[in-house]
Design a protein. Structure first.
Lengths: 496, 171
């Protein structure tokens, strides 16, 4: 439902905000100029305060638990990035078995999280459809479209994957898996067949999802047109973790950046991230906008001269030379062939890239579950060096995630910094929101589809709206407020 | 592929506290659940649980129970911090997914029903008013802390009523 209220003033400030709380107060703000056209638009996400103060003085070994509890959205990603930062802090390599257990858990997590997005979060945009009434663009609408049996499959797969994660690390939200140099628990060979079966089913599920995406999205010319439309296109740099052959890797590798033409711009280990990533601030936002430090901040621009980069599935596929597994590689080739070659600049292609990555995650699960080393008993290399600085990186579902800790000689935290995916993507998200808004607001005329279209612009990135885990009333109606130059309310739109 | 089943004997009555214990007042639902648990001391067919998860993860907790009492933080801005709101699931309102990660409680309940899962037939929500601060902190503010006992009182009274109606007794 959209509602409009009063009008006054000349310059308008329009904001779209959820009216619920901690999950959290992500809000879109749009400023109009005197002519009634969009001057600025951005996604406002509250910064979590006090993390460093809270962390200071605590043992570094607590960070995998603390960070996974702070973020209820990607606990496993934070747990793994923190664990890898501890490896680096103590200059210790995990044993082969420990590494494989971590990778199995991590790929299972990626599969589950991506599935959740494809069916539940992004699904309303494409499976139900961007033009469907708001009341149908929800999870129940998705189930209505794909059928109850598919819904059951999604729920069942999610639950079994979480059982795997819980086997190794206890509660998903509070895992105790990662230790510097290894893992806390190995795999009982008697349990192996169960996990092998799960991995096989996960692959079947990922391929099924690929088929669903083809049937419901790619066979619909309107959807394909929307995906490749200019309003959802930005020519920026792209960042992602790659293995030694420059193939996508969620758990480990070098960070690779390609330019808007798809050429390699940089390739560096996590320890050098500060040489390549800087943060820009704007007076109108309390967000920091990441950009490529060597290029300097060149504004919210794309194409030639930009220093903005993106992370997340679209970026990962662009930043790599391929996938490390055969079926994912096939899907990767089809993806680029269909969308006009590398790099793909269409933000909404993130949804398809996510499906390609699901196949990759599932194939990695199958490979790891059949690796004899997985049931090894050498689970940990004990740290022997004094700690000082530790930097860890993983590819979270939403993009590259950095954890950076500094400690005293006893391993107590003196400094803690995280760069999460949404920070990496912040500038490009702002550009996407602005572009969508510009196309839909002209001369004070606000198009009917504004809410849906702007929302789709940021939803494709799957931005993280905060670090709490829940909230009432449990849904996020969007609120659009248009203010005049003095801040007075001109118009208000609410989508329930 | 295996069919989805969430099985296992569940208590008929579940008190479920929601919140994040590292985000200050956001954790009030967890505190209330702990207080209720302490008072019930493992009574009969009534379980008390707490989780910092959200959305579909709640299915793992609630499938199989008949009466669900949810305890959570809320920010309506219309009542002072520490105020206790009580309402039924229907009042949770819209089911739309506008948050990129978020599946609302009402939507989760409806989804479970659509998928044929054993969803609670009776849901009551106790929501304690807070002011979001976005600050990592492991303690409650005094106003919200004072609401913990009061909310536990109300929940225990409701539990007593439910259990009597079920011809059980809360010990």
């Amino acid at each position: 439902m959209n509602t409009a209220t009063e009008t006054r003033g000349s310059r308008r400030h329009l904001s779209i905000e959820p009216i619920t709380r901690l999950e959290g107060h992500g809000r879109i703000e749009i400023f109009l100029d005197d002519a009634g056209d969009v001057e600025h638009a951005y996604l406002q996400i509250p910064e979590l305060r006090g993390f460093e103060v809270f962390s200071r003085g605590r043992p570094a070994e607590d960070m995998p638990q603390i960070t996974s509890r702070i973020c209820g959205v990607c606990p496993t990603a934070h747990h793994m990035a923190a664990t890898k930062a501890l490896d680096d802090l103590y200059r210790v390599e995990p044993t082969p078995t420990a590494r494989k257990i971590r990778e199995l858990v991590y790929n299972a997590f990626m599969l589950e999280d991506h599935a959740l997005h494809v069916y539940v979060l992004g699904g309303p945009d494409f499976i139900v459809g961007p033009q469907a009434p708001a009341a149908e663009r929800n999870l129940v609408g998705v189930i209505g479209k794909v059928g109850v049996e598919v819904g059951k499959k999604v729920i069942a797969m999610r639950r079994r994957v979480r059982e795997l994660i819980a086997y190794f690390g206890g509660k998903v939200i509070h895992p105790v898996l990662g230790l510097p140099g290894g893992v806390a628990k190995g795999l009982d060979p008697a349990e192996l067949p169960r996990f092998q079966a799960l991995a096989r089913d996960a692959l079947e599920f990922a391929l099924f999802t690929n088929q669903v995406f083809h049937d419901l999205v790619l066979k619909n010319p309107d959807y394909v047109k929307l995906i490749i439309s200019d309003v959802y296109t930005h020519r920026t740099y792209y960042m992602g973790l790659v293995d030694a052959q420059n193939r996508v890797n969620f758990y480990d590798g070098r960070i690779r950046v390609v330019d808007p033409a798809g050429r390699e711009y940089a390739s560096f280990p996590a320890s050098r991230y500060r040489e390549f990533i800087a943060e820009h601030t704007e007076p109108w936002s309390y967000m920091n906008f990441c950009y490529l430090r060597p290029l300097g901040w060149n504004g919210f621009t794309d194409g030639t001269g930009t220093s903005v980069y993106a992370v997340a599935p679209l970026a990962r596929l662009n930043a790599s030379d391929g996938m490390a597994t055969p079926l994912a590689q096939k899907a990767y080739e089809e993806y680029f062939a269909t969308l006009g070659g590398k790099p793909v600049h269409h933000t909404l292609a993130n949804h398809w890239a996510r499906v390609v990555e699901m196949i990759h995650a599932a194939e990695r699960m199958v490979a790891l579950a059949s690796d004899p080393e997985l049931t090894g008993t050498d689970l940990r290399t004990l740290p022997a060096q004094k700690p000082s600085v530790g930097i860890g990186v993983v590819e979270a579902p939403r993009g590259t995630l950095f954890h950076h800790y500094e400690t005293d000689e006893l391993g107590l935290i003196t400094k803690a910094n995280l760069i999460v995916a949404t920070q990496n993507n912040a500038a490009r998200i702002a550009m996407s929101v602005e572009k969508a808004a510009k196309g839909l607001i002209r001369k004070h005329e606000v198009s009917e589809g504004l809410l849906n279209m702007v929302e789709m612009a940021f939803r494709a990135y799957d931005p993280c709206f905060g670090c709490a885990t829940h909230s009432l009333p449990g849904h996020l109606p969007l609120r659009v407020r248009i203010h005049d130059r003095k801040g007075g309310l001109w118009r208000e739109l609410v989508q329930e | 592929m295996a069919s989805p089943v969430i099985t296992g004997r569940r208590a008929s009555v579940l008190v479920l506290g929601l919140g994040n214990d590292l985000l200050g007042d956001d954790a009030v639902g967890l505190h209330v659940a702990r207080e209720v648990r302490k008072r019930l001391a493992g009574a009969g067919d009534c379980a008390v649980s707490e989780t910092i998860e959200m959305g579909l993860a709640l299915l793992d907790e609630i499938v199989g129970c008949e009466h669900l009492l949810l305890v959570d933080a809320i920010e309506t801005g219309t009542a002072p911090p520490g105020s206790i709101h009580e309402f039924g699931a229907a009042s949770l309102g819209g089911r739309r997914i506008a948050a990129p990660h978020f599946v609302g409680i009402a939507e989760t309940l409806e989804l479970g029903g659509r998928l044929g899962l054993a969803m609670p037939r009776d849901v009551r929500v106790f929501a304690i008013e807070v002011r979001a601060e976005y600050t990592v902190r492991s303690s409650l503010t005094p106003e919200v802390r004072r609401a913990v006992g009061k909310a536990a009182d109300r929940i225990c009274r409701l539990l007593d009523k439910i259990c009597r109606a079920r011809r059980g007794v809360v010990r």
